[in-house]
Design a protein around this ligand. Structure first.
Ligand SMILES: [Zn+2]
Ligand SMILES: [Zn+2]
Length: 390
């Protein structure tokens, strides 16, 4: 393991920063204390700091030498609406909010990397440290791009990283092409005719619509997609009815769709519409579909993936870098940055053992032992991509 000495010297500090952030989680676009904490640390290191991009986003700028080369390294600031159950001494003090995805660790590793790169002065060019808000659900990454992230801070490539508890600490994984899926959501509203449960013949029962719909929606992936294309249709909510003896008038079905390709999204949406209209006709009621494309798939670029793998290999050794992991259908708003700039998103192994709680679990706690590994990866990547002339 090649931990950068300047990073190793920061290990104790990084653990403190991470645990401070963990104790004070803030959710989408409300990360004001977190952003102030980050900006303050960056200023303390002597970096140029820009705040207010996408409301609570922060960008730190570190220039060295005269080269026009520039890269962006990105972390996310936000927490989730989860009641923490870790019992850690630094557990959330903000009731109902929790860093259960490890963004406290991501923010800390990027701060550590900024401090180490500044101390070493071993690169030529500009490193941008991008701290984005609202990764969870609210697409803060997209808002940053829309508000001119890459115009205000011109860079050749952008890199992202997520801790991955499914993979053991000390490993990295990345691949060319899709690493994570596109996330869409849908809402189907069926409006029948309410009736007395005993006089069902006088109504139009939306429960029957739901029963058929739940089944029919599962035929899209199995019967309409090519067997080698990937898609997931998950129904996550069905709401209707309040009484034992009443057939309700209306019913709502909601769910999530995952895929890697826009053509697959098109097929799923088109078939969903046909099935909704068909079931509505079958049961003589009205039904509508709202289909919303939220996050695109996270697609890594070839050259930058090679750069990321090289940096990871320099830190943890070739045997610990998987360049062909099985992609996951979870999604990531770093995808919006990858649509605007070449780049690569990597997974940093953070699992302690097989029982390490997964992301978004109320028992999840970022593994502080990987802070130095992740920060060393950032430093190595920046120094390799912005080589100092000798
Ligand atoms: Zn998450
Ligand atoms: Zn996350």
């Amino acid at each position: 393991m090649n931990i950068i000495p300047e990073v190793a010297a920061l290990d104790r500090d990084m653990r403190d920063w991470r645990q401070h952030l963990h104790a004070h989680p803030e959710t989408a676009f409300e990360e004001t204390q977190t952003a102030a904490y980050v900006a303050d640390k960056l200023r303390g290191m002597g970096l140029e700091v820009h705040t207010g991009l996408a409301r609570t986003g922060v960008v730190g700028v570190l220039r060295n030498g005269r080269s026009q080369n520039a890269i962006g390294l990105r972390a996310d600031l936000d927490a989730l609406h989860i009641h923490e159950r870790t019992n850690a001494s630094y557990a959330s003090r903000n009731e109902g909010k929790m860093h259960a995805c490890g963004h406290d660790g991501h923010t800390t590793m990027l701060l550590g990397a900024a401090a180490a790169l500044k101390a070493r002065k071993a690169f030529d060019g500009t490193a941008y440290f991008i701290f984005q808000p609202a990764e969870e659900n609210e697409a803060g990454g997209r808002v940053m791009v829309e508000e001119g992230l890459f115009d205000r801070f011109p860079m050749h490539a952008v890199y992202g990283m997520h801790n991955w508890p499914k993979m053991r600490a000390g490993r990295f994984a990345m691949r060319v092409g899709p690493l994570m899926g596109a996330a869409d959501r849908f809402e189907i509203v069926a409006t029948g005719k309410g009736a007395h449960a005993a006089m069902a013949y006088q109504g139009r029962d939306p429960m029957l619509f739901a029963a058929h719909m739940i089944h029919a929606l599962q035929t899209i992936v199995s019967r309409n997609l090519h067997p080698l294309e990937a898609g997931v249709v998950s129904i996550t909510q069905v709401h209707a009815g309040d009484a034992w003896n009443v057939i309700p008038e209306q019913l709502v079905i909601r769910g999530s769709v995952r895929s890697f390709k826009p053509e697959v999204q098109d097929t799923i949406e088109r078939r969903m519409r046909t099935l909704v209209d068909g079931a509505a006709a079958m049961f003589e009621m009205a039904a509508s579909l709202r289909y919303e494309r939220c996050y695109p798939a996270t697609i890594n670029h070839a050259a930058e993936t090679e750069h990321a793998a090289k940096a990871a290999q320099a830190v943890v050794g070739e045997a610990n870098v998987d360049t062909d992991p099985t992609p996951e259908m979870t999604s990531e708003d770093f995808s919006f940055m990858l649509q605007s700039k070449p780049g690569c998103y990597v997974w940093l192994g953070s699992g302690r053992d097989d029982s390490t709680p997964g992301l978004h679990n109320p028992h999840f706690d970022f593994n502080d032992d990987v802070l130095a590994i992740g920060a060393s990866y950032w430093v190595t990547l920046a120094e390799q991509q912005l080589p100092a002339t000798r």
